[in-house]
Design a protein around this ligand. Structure first.
Ligand SMILES: [Zn+2]
Length: 356
């Protein structure tokens, strides 16, 4: 088994909008660090200590034709259902699974999750920006990457029914005892979910129902008699166009929400920077108030004036500083960790100009 052959195969089912990126060079050190850290803290999946997990892991990477030495996997103790793949290096990845995830899933279901994570490795998704620096465009790409990784997950577990079971468990956190695995009924929920529903959720994963539908279509492109034969490129193209149509309205809706949140955070930041500026000398003069109205709009300026008047003169500056700090944090939060430095500089200039 050779890794580059496994990669070639994976490339053939990469979702067409999930474009291979080359933002960073092969960074073996990051993967090594993850491996050392986990070795010290977590339990490594090995035949002697976790025989059934080691077997599922081996079966999964064998099915994907990934040599065993390229995969190291750990379990860590957590009540949250989580799985991750560190793959900054071309030839090795470190997988991590929470104990809650392992306890929730059967062996077959686990092989879907393992396959999904190995999909990120094969398609080199780890070589994009670190999560803390994601910007709008990257978030979109992350969602596309999930579609590709799911397909590799399906190849690892070999059955769409297992995928549905896994996704229903992951989305609900419930064990089989409480669930009926009815794909049709599960997908029907999607029709009740509209993309224009407000969502403040900036998660990198597309909603489970979209993932399920996209995988159902993909599974129909695979031949029952020859499950190892991948669909030809024309079939993949047709499938991807369909998935794109399904996904796009949701992504646009998320982006609208993200944009709105950003604008709102910016407005709040502008307000507190202006407040800071006008209160420097301890009072808000009527000339200043006139300029504030131009900068913030009449209603906002009046609101601010009333608020400042309600404060104890001694506390005004410290309260404004606190509010400004919170606005900066909020801005960084809604922009996915984007640095606020340039925005702060621009807004400050606007305030100085408007209020001079
Ligand atoms: Zn993923």
């Amino acid at each position: 088994m050779r890794l580059f052959e496994a990669r070639e195969k994976a490339e053939r089912i990469r979702f067409r909008l999930d474009r291979a990126t080359n933002l960073q060079a092969d960074d073996t050190a990051v993967t090594e660090e993850a491996s050392v850290k986990s070795s010290l803290r977590d339990l490594e999946i090995v035949p002697d200590l976790t025989p059934s997990l080691a077997r599922v892991l081996a079966e999964s990477h064998n099915r994907l034709e990934i040599p065993g030495h390229a995969v190291q996997a750990f379990v860590f103790s957590s009540s949250e259902v989580q799985a991750s793949c560190t793959s900054k290096s071309l030839d090795k990845c470190v997988l991590k699974f929470s104990s809650a995830l392992i306890n929730l899933l059967s062996e077959e279901e686990l092989s879907f999750v393992i396959g999904h994570e190995l999909g990120h490795f094969l398609l080199q998704h780890g070589k994009t920006r670190p999560e803390s620096q994601l910007v709008g465009e990257d978030l979109r790409m992350c969602r596309y990457q999930e579609i590709s990784a799911d397909r590799i997950g399906l190849l690892a577990c070999k059955s769409f029914n297992i995928v549905v079971r896994t996704l229903m468990k992951l989305v609900s956190g419930l064990s089989s005892e409480y669930l009926t695995f009815d794909t049709e009924a599960f997908l029907r929920q999607m029709r009740d979910f509209h993309p224009d529903m407000p969502s403040t959720d900036s998660t990198t994963h597309p909603p489970t129902l979209i993932r399920t539908q996209a995988l159902l279509w993909f599974s129909k492109c695979l031949s029952d008699s020859q499950p190892n034969t991948l669909p030809d490129s024309a079939t993949m193209y047709e499938l991807d166009v369909k998935v794109q149509k399904l996904l796009e309205p949701y992504i646009s809706a998320w982006e609208d929400t993200e944009r709105k949140n950003e604008q709102e955070a910016k407005r709040s930041l502008l307000l507190w920077l202006a407040a800071e500026n006008v209160c420097e000398d301890g009072k808000l003069t009527s000339t200043e108030f006139g300029k504030l109205k131009t900068l913030l709009g009449g209603d906002k300026a009046k609101e601010l004036q009333a608020y400042l008047r309600s404060l104890n003169a001694r506390d005004v500056l410290s309260i404004i500083a606190e509010k400004k700090g919170k606005s900066i944090k909020r801005y960084e939060q809604v922009t996915g960790g984007k640095s606020s430095r340039q925005t702060l500089k621009d807004l400050r200039e606007r305030v100085t100009q408007a209020l001079q």
